[in-house]
Design a protein around this ligand. Structure first.
Ligand SMILES: C[S@@+](CC[C@H](N)C(=O)[O-])C[C@H]1O[C@@H](n2cnc3c(N)ncnc32)[C@H](O)[C@@H]1O
Length: 506
């Protein structure tokens, strides 16, 4: 498989449950139905209807008509406020839907089976509560700290009586006690946000409502985030957040290809997303199981790595990540919990099957068995395992040591033995059994058979009798299935299955 083709196959796609995954918005149809949208649509030389993505009025009108046409939501925001793209924002909602339906952690026995979420920084657009309530029937608290966001979020809720009962907009008081103190002992709650959320025109564009010098240690100085906003006795299934990603407005304005608006209050905070999400993590430690899942969007891969390390330090039990497709830019979803993982994920002993198989369905037609075979080889090879590909028999023979197996499973489940002082002792996949990886190797053959175009059968067979470490072969095989699905099966590429998951047992 050519490198370009492989790269394209590996690109994450829109979530399969997303309304727009098969049918992207039809600008021509929308223009014919909504006269207010029509002036923004033009036709390029190839005859395709387009809009000018750098025109804020065009992107806002598109969001308005999409919300109305596809979701029955009446919506508006004032000039300059952050304008959400509906397909992108829907991906985050569907990822949470996946998260809530996994059995990694037990379903909590709350009195109600209704899902309750908390949107940190809901913005004037209030997009997540509106989509979450209309797509899933979830109820929400949407918080924000600026008057303009609160005023317009309220308006957007009120204008949708069919879901307004489900959404509470909650003001984050700048002077609310968050129980947090900054490193020098002063209250961390010392910012007075501009009531409009805008910075005075005369001010340099780099300033933000968080008008404080950026702390050398990038510590968040701003209004409370969760602690001090969540009320005593409240319980939530999840929180979500599209944080202010940037440290300055210059940084925020680096994508001239689109105009999605965004005031400093929405885009910027001292320390950027790293500081903001670090505060969510710190608050989550105090709030613990008040939320089943804590989640946030992350804009930079480097920050994702740093934040994951931080999460393990504070003692979470599970970390889950995903990648969101956002046009040309990548965003990540980060989720964590303090709920102990469901014990039935790891049963004490499993009889290892010597032969395993799975069907790879819905494979794009340009890929054949040989492409999949090469992918199998590179999957194990990149972990350091030795591989012998035989293109005549469509097989790959693999010999993997303990370290190679660990490398393959690394991003899956990190099991921690409390008695060993919280050190990571073993690593395994979420559905595997417990195993102690001895020093010898695992030897197996993977065969790929094309059934019909678009459907392949992938078989794995242990080569030398029983696996020396029960459970490991099936764990690795499951990991292979996830990897191949992600690469070749367009429809599952953005699903929770393809997200990386790490679990820690305490
Ligand atoms: C990037 S915008 C996200 C808006 C909307 N959720 C979206 O996805 O388009 C970040 C929002 O967080 C708000 N914000 C900043 N600090 C906050 C805090 N401490 N608590 C609640 N909201 C906050 C800002 O006012 C802004 O509306």
């Amino acid at each position: 498989m050519g490198r370009k083709r492989r790269r394209e196959a590996e690109r994450p796609t829109i979530h399969p449950k997303n309304k727009y995954s098969e049918n992207p918005p039809d600008f021509a149809l929308l223009a014919s139905l909504y006269p207010s949208f029509e002036p923004f649509v033009f036709y390029s030389r190839d005859g395709r209807p387009r809009i000018q993505w750098t025109d804020f009025n065009a992107t806002r009108e598109l969001t308005r008509v999409l919300l109305l046409h596809d979701h029955g939501i009446s919506w508006w925001i004032p000039d300059g406020q952050l304008c959400p793209t509906v397909p992108n924002r829907s991906n985050y909602i569907h990822w949470i839907e996946d998260l809530l339906s996994t059995d990694i952690i037990p379903k909590t026995c709350t009195n109600s089976d209704k899902v309750r979420g908390f949107d940190i920084g809901t913005g004037a657009n209030c997009i997540y509560p509106l989509l979450g309530a209309s797509l899933q029937g979830w109820s929400f608290v949407g918080s924000d700290a600026t008057d303009v966001a609160l005023e317009w979020a309220e308006k957007n809720v009120k204008n949708n009586p069919h879901i307004s009962e489900l959404i509470e907009i909650r003001k984050v008081e700048s002077c609310q006690s968050s129980g947090k103190e900054s490193h020098n002992g002063e209250s961390a709650c010392e910012i007075n946000l501009d009531s409009s959320g805008h910075v005075d025109e005369a001010e340099p564009s780099s300033s933000s409502p968080f008008d404080l010098p950026i702390d050398a240690n990038n510590i968040y100085h701003g209004p409370p985030v969760l602690l001090g906003v969540v009320k005593d006795g409240e319980q939530f299934d999840f929180c979500m957040c599209n944080p202010p990603f940037f440290e300055t407005m210059e940084e925020a304005g680096l994508n001239p290809k689109t105009s999605c608006g965004g005031t400093p209050a929405e885009m910027v905070c001292p320390g950027g997303e790293k500081a903001f999400i670090t505060r969510i993590i710190e608050d989550s430690v105090a709030l613990n199981q008040t939320f089943r899942w804590y989640t946030s969007m992350v804009g930079r891969k480097l920050n994702l790595k740093i934040l994951k390390t931080k999460l393990w330090e504070v003692g979470v039990t599970v970390v889950k990540t995903t990648e969101f497709v956002q046009g040309q830019t990548c965003r990540w979803g980060l989720a964590w919990t303090f709920v102990p993982p469901a014990r039935n994920i790891i049963s004490p002993c499993v009889t290892e099957k010597k032969n395993l198989s799975f069907m790879l369905e819905g494979v794009q037609r340009q890929f054949s068995a040989i492409d999949v075979l090469h992918s199998v080889e590179s999957f194990f090879h990149s972990a350091g395992a030795s591989c012998k590909l035989n293109s005549a028999s469509f097989t790959v023979d693999i010999t993997a040591s303990k370290d190679h197996c660990n490398a393959i499973l690394k991003n899956e489940v990190n099991v921690v033995d409390e008695a060993a002082g919280g050190k990571h002792l073993q690593e395994m996949s979420s559905s595997s059994s417990c195993f102690h990886v001895p020093l010898n190797s695992l030897s197996f053959r993977v065969s790929v058979f094309q059934q019909i175009p678009g459907t392949l059968l992938v078989k794995g067979s242990l080569q030398h009798g029983d696996s020396p470490f029960p459970g490991l072969f099936s764990s690795i095989f499951q990991q292979l299935e996830a990897d191949l699905s992600y690469k070749f099966r367009q429809s599952t590429a953005a699903s929770g299955e393809s997200g990386l998951i790490s679990i820690r047992y305490g």
